[in-house]
Design a protein around this ligand. Structure first.
Ligand code: 4EH
Length: 229
């Protein structure tokens, strides 16, 4: 049977998952903890990576190469760029990019390096399952571009830069790195985020207020999806 990885970046992003899954077995590896578990007869491996592109790449690689996961789902929170996205709303990434990757001095686009790609696309079948789950539960989800970078964005100026150069709908700090790993290893992946803030001057305060509730919204949706995979 296929093993499904579910990862977040922060403990709060996987806590609601660990509350609902069964037969949990903790395995420590590479300075992190991985939780083997089952849910509705499906085999899962759950972990939070710690924040940022480097730690999330390590965790995604480990889930695939050491634990043998054949699909990877990411659950977490994000800052909104698209004004239609309000706190608590869900966004499915159809493509992801690295907004802080910059060798533009050599004439390249922001987010592009030779032999890489400015955007990495997520798995269409997993997105289709997500849209079925959304309509079944009469939840509205937006599908769009997620921009990732190693910075907590709390500035309208930086938001505008990311919007202009990547047409991004939301931003966070792990999605694109996970996407690069999964794409390279040919593992279908899905990135879901619930909005915790709007990445403006109030982002720090909003994040502290809404991250736990938004993380739950995302986690519950991911578990609904697991049933259909
Ligand atoms: O994993 C990081 C968390 C913030 S840093 C990225 N996550 C949350 C998504 C996110 C985000 N990323 C960039 C939500 N809003 C964002 C934003 N910019 N505005 C963190 C948070 N709390 C304690 C320590 N670090």
């Amino acid at each position: 049977m296929s093993k499904i990885a579910i990862m977040g970046a922060m403990p709060e992003e996987i806590a609601p998952l660990l509350e609902k899954v069964e037969d949990i077995k903790k395995v420590d590896y590479a300075k992190n903890s991985y939780y083997e578990a089952t849910y509705k007869g499906k085999e899962l491996v759950i972990a939070y990576s710690k924040i940022g592109k480097v730690f999330s790449s390590l965790t995604a690689s480990t889930l695939i190469e050491k634990f043998g996961c054949q699909k990877l789902l990411f659950s977490g929170v994000a800052g909104a760029i698209n004004p239609n996205l309000k706190i608590g709303d869900l966004i499915i990434a159809d493509r992801l990019c690295q907004h802080d990757l910059d060798i533009s001095i050599f004439g390249h686009d922001f987010g592009y390096v030779p032999e890489g790609a400015k955007f990495v696309e997520s798995d269409e079948k997993l997105r289709a399952i997500a849209k079925e789950v959304a309509s079944k539960n009469s939840l509205s989800v937006i599908e769009g571009t997620i921009a990732t970078g190693d910075q907590f964005v709390a500035s309208t100026e930086r938001k505008e830069f990311i919007s202009k150069n990547f047409q991004a709908d939301a931003l966070e700090m792990e999605g694109a790195s996970v996407a690069v790993v999964c794409d390279a290893l040919d593992v279908p992946f899905f990135i879901l985020r619930a909005i915790s803030d709007t990445a403006n001057d109030d982002a720090g305060v909003d994040f502290d207020e809404f991250m736990v509730s938004s993380a739950k919204i995302s986690a519950n949706f991911i578990l609904d999806m697991v049933e259909s995979i």
